[in-house]
Design a protein around this ligand. Sequence first.
Ligand code: MN
Length: 223
Amino acid sequence: MAKLILATFAVVFMALAATSLAGDPDMLQDVCVADYKSLKGPLRLNGFPCKRIENVTANDFFFDGLMKAGNTGNSVGSVVTAASVESLPGLNTMGVSMARIDYAPWGLNPPHTHPRATEIIFVVEGSLDVGFVTTANKLFTRTVCKGEVFVFPRGLVHFQKNNGNTPAFAIAALNSQLPGTQSIAAALFGAAPPLPSDTLARAFQVDGGMVEFIKSKFVPPKY
Ligand code: MN
């Protein structure tokens, strides 16, 4: 009997722990509009400090940056425009954000993950071949057409490809104020300082020359 009670407590505790780790933390007040100026000060915390309420305006909750198509003239033929806490200060502590994804004809949003959010996309124009891979390396993939919705579970590697010869775009909703994006190829082959080529050669079971060739396609960030 004691064992059963203990087991029940263990299950309840695990369920509570899972809930509290399920995404962005709950808010503790109505609004906490991000005070970007705080980044220049000494205070550092998880998210942004709140602006004083008397300085908050309706514009803090407004963003018009998803209105226009982004420039898809790059090597993969897609661009993501985010409406996250970094562009929409009213999102601070709200646990949600949006993005607009534009695709050139046949353009690809290459395999990437969002460490802090599940993503649900609505195809506004065109049709996409999309997919995600589970931690057991099972691929779930299908075509998603205009007006349809698809969901990418939090943290899993996923991609979308425009499967038509006209531009496409989708709107994404994500359950984090700052989902984070880690692009797989860029993380491995375009990091600064670079990952050792012998490490990548072994991981991908190719020779070092091949690794150097792929690295040459990426411009590492400046730190
Ligand atoms: Mn994504």
